[in-house]
Design a protein around this ligand. Structure first.
Ligand SMILES: C[S@@+](CC[C@H](N)C(=O)[O-])C[C@H]1O[C@@H](n2cnc3c(N)ncnc32)[C@H](O)[C@@H]1O
Length: 236
């Protein structure tokens, strides 16, 4: 179940129903807190530590196989760098019904916070090289640069993983002007949301954290009345 980026306002009715009707709710602690208003007596609630995604998904599949209705919750969308794919893989040979409940992914919440930067072709790239070799990530960055896509970077930086973001912006800078708009959005759609609008030349990776999305414009992206916009082309 994708709970959306943060507050209940950005959570779908289907996600709320899936959590309310579950007998077991499983998720990383802060994500369970994100739906605390929906939890009720009689539900088993499992707050997992960070990481442990496979353990969490195995537990969800095992509970479902035992006949219980389970909500495996995550932030944003359940299928975007999240739990739906691992749950479906683990459930492949198990006789259970799996429903993937979508949510507003961080890129969409971040984009809305700064304007309409995803108004034309765009892609998302995760900079986490924990499960994906850096070679593959670099190839995708080069392809996105070559294709002139607006790029949303997920997992841009964490403690101990800080060289990937400057490497990514260097690749994109080779293909786009120095004044290309860049949005740095932290805690999009959550209380405490922070937005910084800057350019590729002036971008400071130091302000990026674990709950930040970085949206880098294409060659067509521009500032319109203080907002970041990628035109669809109507004006021309
Ligand atoms: C493992 S991914 C999970 C993505 C999530 N399933 C989604 O659809 O938004 C974690 C990364 O998503 C981004 N992220 C998640 N929630 C965010 C938010 N509220 N604001 C900005 N970025 C967020 C950050 O880049 C973070 O490092």
């Amino acid at each position: 179940v994708g709970l959306g980026p943060g507050t209940a306002e950005h959570r779908t009715a289907a996600a709320a129903r899936a959590v309310s009707e579950a007998e077991v709710v499983i998720g990383y602690g802060p994500y369970v807190e994100q739906c605390a208003d929906l939890l009720h007596e009689g539900q088993e609630v499992v707050r997992s530590p960070i990481g442990d995604e496979v353990v969490r998904a195995k537990q969800a599949v095992a509970e479902a196989a035992a006949g219980r209705r389970v909500a495996l919750v995550c932030s944003g969308d359940s299928g975007v760098y999240a739990m739906a794919s691992i749950a479906l893989e683990l459930a492949e040979d198990v006789d259970i019904e799996v429903e993937v409940v979508p949510g507003v992914t961080a890129a969409l919440a971040a984009a809305a916070a700064v304007g309409a930067p995803l108004g034309h072709d765009h892609c998302s790239i995760s900079l986490s090289d924990l499960l994906t070799p850096w070679d593959a990530i670099e190839r995708r960055l080069r392809a996105a640069a070559e294709g002139d896509f607006v790029v949303t970077l997920y997992n841009p930086r964490s403690r101990g993983r800080d060289w990937q973001l400057p490497a990514a912006t260097t690749i994109l800078s080779q293909a786009r002007p120095a004044d290309t708009p860049v949005a740095v959005v932290t805690d999009a759609g959550r209380r405490g949301q922070e937005t910084v609008l800057t350019t590729l030349a002036e971008f400071d990776p130091g302000i990026v954290g674990m709950t930040t999305c970085v949206v880098i414009g294409s060659s067509a992206t521009r500032m319109v009345g203080g907002r970041m916009v990628t035109p669809r082309g109507y004006q021309s």
